[in-house]
Every structure is written in structure tokens, then in C-alpha cells.
Write a protein that binds this ligand. Structure first.
Ligand code: DC
Length: 215
């Protein structure tokens, strides 16, 4: 069974999807980490805007392994390196590249082949797994999402204000919505879940109920 969880940045998708996968004893796939890994590799090669063909070629040559919730790039564990703000700021180099998207969607399907999977991203229910049995669109108001993101960054010791987080978030939302391929759109058959005011536990409970009702 494939469960897709799509939604905007800061809706809590990663932690919710991970916990849901644990409860169901499904594999968990964080597809944002795959775009981050390609962006990291591109940055390391000094590639940037205007190097779309080189980034596509690079993505075709990289080995990306998503094992035990770690992201392994050409044999190196880059799980922490892909979370820096440099990589966040450059991830569009991978996410806006149509050839990179094709390659990663292919890889996502290989990883899910024959295994019960909770997969999380922007285009999982629309492009990667349009036939998925259970599709969730997880979202929250911009203010709630920004407050959560701020708390995360402050906990990590990054000096940033709520206004800055809101403005970065608005940029990411715009990019996610305007991407010509793999844009963030709610699949017509996805169930929308708003997480404002809910604890992570409550959200996971709600999603577990939804999945079990469709099993
Ligand atoms: O969820 P995240 O912040 O780790 O995602 C990183 C970036 O990758 C984000 O800008 C959106 C993009 N992304 C995407 O285009 N398609 C996906 N399936 C997952 C993420």
C-alpha cells in the first residue's frame, strides 16, 4: 500500500509521515531529502543558475540511497549536510529542473516497489504515485507553519525573526506552486487535513484512522 502525504513547507509533513510510517510498520520516504541531496551535490560542484543541463547530468550519475531514514549520497551520509540553510536556499536548482524531477520520481517508484510505503513531498499523490490507495494533503495556516519553523530554527541556534521566516516561506510557497512540473497541487482524490491547533499526536491519530479506513 502506498500512502502519499503532500503539502506546503512547514505543515509538519516529515515528522508526521515518519511517525505514521512507524505506527503502520511501513517504510518512510522523505522525497524532499532527495532534492536536497542533488542540490548539495550541485553546490559542491560549483553549479548554479544557468547550469541546468550540468545539474541534470549530475543527477543522472549520482547514487542516492534512502536507507533507514538516512540520506546516502555516493556512499556518504549527508543527512545533516542537506539541512543547512545554504542547501535550503539552493534546493530550487534541483526541484525546478524537469530532468532531475524525472530521475528522482523514477527512483521514488523503485524504492516503493513492492513495499508498503508512506511517502512525503509535493507531487507524490499527483505525479509520482497517481494510483496510490491513500492520499493526504497536509496543511496549516501560513502563521502556524511559520511559528513552527521559527521554533525549530531557534532550537538549532539560528538567529532569525518571525517576519524573516514568513517572507522565506512565502517565497517557497510561490516556487512550489509555480513549478511547471511537480507543482504543489492537491490531488482531486486527496483528503485535506488542516493541522492548526492540533498536536503531532492528534494529527498522526487522524491520519492513521484515514489510512486504516482505506486499507
Ligand atoms: O520538504 P523539503 O523542504 O525537504 O523539500 C525540499 C525542497 O524540495 C522544497 O523546496 C520542495 C522540493 N520538493 C519537491 O519539489 N518535490 C518533492 N516531492 C519534495 C520536495
Amino acid at each position: 500500500m502506498i500512502v502519499t502525504i503532500d503539502g506546503p513547507a512547514g505543515a509538519g509533513k516529515s515528522s508526521i509521515a515518519r511517525r505514521l510510517a512507524e505506527r503502520l510498520s511501513f517504510q518512510f520516504l522523505d522525497t524532499g531529502a532527495m532534492y536536497r541531496a542533488v542540490a548539495l551535490a550541485a553546490l559542491r560542484r560549483g553549479l548554479s543558475d544557468g547550469d541546468g543541463d550540468a545539474i541534470a547530468k549530475l543527477a543522472g550519475e549520482l547514487s542516492i540511497d534512502m536507507r533507514h531514514e538516512r540520506t546516502i549520497l555516493n556512499g556518504e551520509d549527508v543527512s545533516a549536510a542537506i539541512r543547512t540553510s545554504d542547501v535550503s536556499a539552493a534546493v530550487y536548482l534541483a526541484a525546478d529542473n524537469v530532468a532531475v524531477r524525472q530521475r528522482l520520481v523514477e527512483l521514488q517508484r523503485q524504492i516503493a516497489q513492492g513495499r508498503d510505503t508512506v511517502t512525503e513531498g509535493r507531487d507524490q499523490g499527483t505525479v509520482a504515485f497517481p494510483e496510490a490507495q491513500c492520499k493526504i494533503f497536509l496543511t496549516a495556516s501560513p502563521e502556524e507553519r511559520a511559528r513552527r519553523r521559527l521554533a525549530e530554527l531557534v532550537a538549532r541556534g539560528e538567529p532569525i525573526t518571525l517576519e524573516q521566516v514568513l517572507s522565506q516561506q512565502a517565497d517557497r510557497d510561490r516556487r512550489d506552486a509555480e513549478r511547471p512540473v511537480g507543482a504543489l497541487i492537491k490531488a482531486p482524490d486527496a483528503i485535506e487535513v488542516w493541522t492548526d491547533g492540533l498536536t503531532p499526536e492528534e494529527v498522526v491519530d487522524r491520519l492513521e484512522q484515514i489510512v486504516r479506513s482505506q486499507q
